[in-house]
Structure formats: C-alpha cells, structure tokens
Design a protein around this ligand. Sequence first.
Ligand SMILES: [Zn+2]
Length: 89
Amino acid sequence: MGVEYNKVLISDLKYRWGSCTLKGTLNFNWRLIKAPMFVIDYVIVHELAHLMESNHTAQFWNIIEAQLPGSRKAKDWLKEHGAILEESF
Ligand SMILES: [Zn+2]
C-alpha cells in the first residue's frame, strides 16, 4: 500500500480488532487468529489505511475498497460473528 509503519503489536485489545497510533504503531487483537483469513486481511488493510487517512471518511473507505475489493463481506462478517471471537474456548 506504500505506507510505512513503525511496529506491530498483537495484544489483548478490548472491544476493538485493531488500532493505529499517530506514531505508526499498529495494534491487533490476538483473537483475530480465530477469524477467517479474508477478515484478518481486512483488519490489517483497515489499520494501514489509517496511516493515510485517520478518520473514516469517504476517502478512507475508497482506499480500503481499492486495496481489497469486496471488503464489505469482511465488515459484515465481523458484525455478525465478532462476538464469537470474544468467547474464550
Ligand atoms: Zn478505523
């Protein structure tokens, strides 16, 4: 995507799948390991896109769609099944 990040952390995030700081640190919720690959890809692309566009503007979603056509499916998956990932099993 042509962006540079500082570091990547996999951690125990509460109530979110990923985040991105102004210093370019990307955080991912370890529970994503239980999600399908296309969903993991979406969360990664989402956080990388925040390095270009910090807010969820139309431009932001255009970047996502250009990088990952059909990303809607991943968003819907998280909405529908995200709670399952929160369960510990
Ligand atoms: Zn976001």
